[in-house]
Design a protein around this ligand. Structure first.
Ligand code: ADP
Ligand code: ADP
Length: 231
């Protein structure tokens, strides 16, 4: 199938113990769709992402891209096409522009603003004293958690990834910021493969597919309406 697939994947961090971090995991992550992975802390969400990205190898079962097993070659090109946004994204003590151009120094002004618009960051950047050339961080302006996350999202978009992974598992965004990020994701849907790691269903209603994990296993798969009905 077109996309990333896990076929009966088992994984242990400690081969001596019999607790699996992943057990019997079967999942299909279609390209150019949005998949959300939900579950309590320790359910195996990060472990699953690491295996899909080829950062760890399954002890049993396998991971495939478009029906081909992961190889050094396709893992390398896969990783090059991924933008990963961690829970606590990193920004440099530098200007907004420098933070954005770190990935692509040649990005034009138009592309920068397009990415900022997509990430719902254009408005607050425009209001900064020196716009894109405003210094942020320790010796500059302090951005809120939500503003930081939107700026990091803009930087990720500027890179034009085929896969965008957003880890919002424990991020404590306020309602307004959460809504802005959701709007941004809504605009990106269909343009790239989006994987959101979440722990609340409310933030991922718009996912094409929701994968629910518990104790290393996938316990449910479906869209929001279906999962809400079964609950
Ligand atoms: P989640 O991302 O859903 O919070 P993880 O994938 O991080 O869950 O963890 C799944 C299980 O694997 C947990 O029991 C966790 O303690 C264990 N685990 C995660 N990372 C490691 C590691 N590097 N070494 C050993 N155990 C780990
Ligand atoms: P390969 O290196 O296997 O020939 P490509 O060069 O066509 O693959 O693509 C680079 C990587 O990006 C591959 O791992 C491929 O599976 C992945 N990829 C291609 N299209 C998409 C997409 N729309 N969304 C996510 N990943 C994709």
């Amino acid at each position: 199938k077109f996309g990333l697939n896990c076929l009966n994947v088992h994984f242990k961090y400690d081969s001596q113990k019999d607790t699996y971090a992943l057990r019997k995991v079967d999942v299909h992550i279609p390209f150019n769709r949005m998949t959300a992975i939900v579950g309590a802390s320790g359910a195996g969400k990060s472990t699953l992402i690491d295996l899909l990205m080829g950062l760890n190898k399954a002890d049993r079962g396998m991971v495939t891209i478009d029906n081909e097993p992961l190889t050094n070659e396709n893992v390398t090109s896969l990783r090059r096409s991924i933008s990963y946004i961690p829970q606590d994204p990193f920004l440099f003590n530098a200007t907004v522009r420098e933070n954005l151009l770190i990935i692509d120094p040649d990005a034009t002004e138009d592309r920068i603003w397009e990415a900022l618009e997509f990430a719902a960051a254009a408005e607050f950047i425009r209001k900064l004293p020196q716009g894109l050339d405003t210094r942020i961080g320790d010796r500059g302006i302090r951005l809120s958690g939500g503003e930081r996350q939107r700026l990091v999202l803009a930087r990720a978009i500027l890179r034009q990834p085929s896969i965008l992974i957003l880890d919002e598992a424990t991020s404590a965004l306020d309602v307004e910021n959460e809504a802005k990020i959701q709007e941004a994701i809504e605009r990106l849907k269909g343009k790239m493969t989006i994987i959101v790691i979440a722990h609340r269903l409310s933030t991922i209603r718009n996912a094409d597919q929701i994968v629910v994990m518990d104790a290393g296993e996938i316990i449910q798969t479906g869209d929001y309406n279906r999962l809400a009905k079964e609950k």
